[in-house]
Design a protein around this ligand. Structure first.
Ligand code: G3P
Length: 217
């Protein structure tokens, strides 16, 4: 499973990237707003740091506007992935931009039918939002399973990018189902290393070690 980081915070990306945990980055207008940075500047910095795809999102609502913005964003770096929303216009923009040879991430996907359309429009990535479905008392993970089944039934190459990941359980379940990629905030990725039994075991080892009176260095 590829790990993308869902943030526009440079320091957080760097820490994970130095550990080899970053296969790509996803941003959106809310994350750019949160960073307080200029979209071009911060996206360029991220693209220079990270080898993999870096999603930058368009904000136009019509296909022509999305295509113009997408082409402009693609000038930032060769590893830009243009992110467009899953609307009818977004699908038109996806078709044109993927026809240009660009990577396209179709975002705000909430149904398997939407995912089917994105694959047919040539999307490189489809972003189903798990957490936001859970927020309205549906089971977001069911959508990942449905899309996996449909894409495998027909051999679609569009990669399932599990998004709106809020917990370590989301990561594990998406990996078990076979999502190609997951994107999560840095704090969720760091939490994957934690387990209460690890902490408890470490505490016991250190207490016993103290009793030996030894030191390693
Ligand atoms: O990748 C999409 C993500 O940024 C949305 O996450 O937590 O705002 O639903 P969230």
């Amino acid at each position: 499973m590829k790990f993308f980081v869902d943030t526009a915070e440079i320091d957080a990306i760097r820490e994970l990237n130095d550990l080899g945990m970053v296969d790509g980055v996803t941003t959106n207008p809310s994350l750019i707003m949160k960073s307080g940075r200029d979209i071009r500047e911060v996206t360029k910095e991220i693209c220079e740091m990270v080898d993999g795809p870096v999603s930058a999102e368009t904000v136009a609502l019509d296909a022509e506007g999305m295509i113009n913005e997408g082409r402009k964003l693609a000038e930032i770096a060769p590893n830009i992935t243009i992110k467009v929303p899953l609307t009818w216009d977004g699908l038109k923009a996806c078709k044109v931009l993927s026809g240009d040879g660009r990577m396209v991430n179709v975002t705000l996907c909430f149904s398997a039918n939407q995912a089917l359309l994105a694959a047919k429009a040539g999307a490189t990535f489809i972003s189903p939002f798990i957490g936001r479905l859970d927020d309205i008392h549906l089971t977001g993970m069911d959508l990942i399973q449905d899309i996996r089944t449909i894409y495998d039934n027909y051999g679609f190459e569009t990669q399932i990018l599990a998004a709106s990941i809020r917990s370590v359980n989301h990561v594990q379940e998406a990996a078990l189902i076979g999502a190609d990629v997951m994107t999560a905030p840095p704090e969720v990725i760091k939490k994957l290393a934690s387990h209460p039994l690890t902490d408890k075991g470490l505490e016991a080892f250190l207490a016993d070690w103290k009793k030996t009176g030894q030191s390693i260095v």
